[in-house]
Design a protein around this ligand. Sequence first.
Ligand SMILES: [Zn+2]
Length: 315
Amino acid sequence: MIPTPGPVLAADLGGTKITAGVVLGSGEVLAVRTVATGAMRGPDAILGDLHRQLRAAQAEALAAGAAEPVAVGMGTAGVVDPASGVITAATDAIPGWVGTAIGPRTQEELGLPTAVLNDVHAHGLGEAVAGAGADRDSMLLVAVGTGIGGAIVRGGQVVTGYRAAAAHVGHVPVPEADGVRCTCGRMGHLEGLASGPGTLEAYRRAGGQAADTRELVARAEAGNALAVRVLDRCAHAVGRMIGAMLNVFDVEAVVLTGGMAGAGQLWWDGVREGAAAEAMDLMARAPILPAGAGANAALLGAAQFARQLEQPKGR
Ligand SMILES: [Zn+2]
């Protein structure tokens, strides 16, 4: 097992941006930098930028007096096999991403043991270590933004699943999404209805007009009846999914993050009502909380995953 106190080089690679930094044993994050992913350039160019960012973060942290890093931990878009470090499934947000050996290539490039996991899983682990899930037995992270993703953390370990794809909570059926096509191509899934873009589309289908989701939320907060109804319906659907997940997994707490989690009280009220309506009485006591680990949550989770390299994986 890697000694806990050593610094870990950490990265969070998404469809729009790459963030890298150094996570100290204390949990302090140093030398954070972000560049655009430039997803259309393909995996080779993206990995080149990723490795440059990691090296630059390492140099900056060393210059600031940090010790030599002991490992690399990375969260990435797509499903990644934790054993091989290869991407096994991904959306078309990064063309050609499936099959990319991000783990082995980073290990070779940086000369350090490297652990890779899904970016939402990394985010969830970060919240469990340093955010709203700290000191809790178990939690479900739900990220509602461009898409809807999730992560289950139990006993400090992210439940990656047999195929490393666990907690795809956006792809469960909810009645509010009947007849709505999901980003995965199926009908009636939560994500098609209640992601940020999904919520905006629902408003437009109902006859409303807004330039973006932010404008729709502002209209709802100002009391526009149609905007209120649509936002509430989408939030209620998110809550319904959360209630169902509580019934299945009985986690101690639920933590919400992503753009929609910043949408205000109306949205939160809808989520909490939906969850309370769906969860069985015992599970309905579970607190539903805003994320608390801040902008570096995924880096913290990725670093933690690297520290757990030699420990049994949670399934
Ligand atoms: Zn789906």
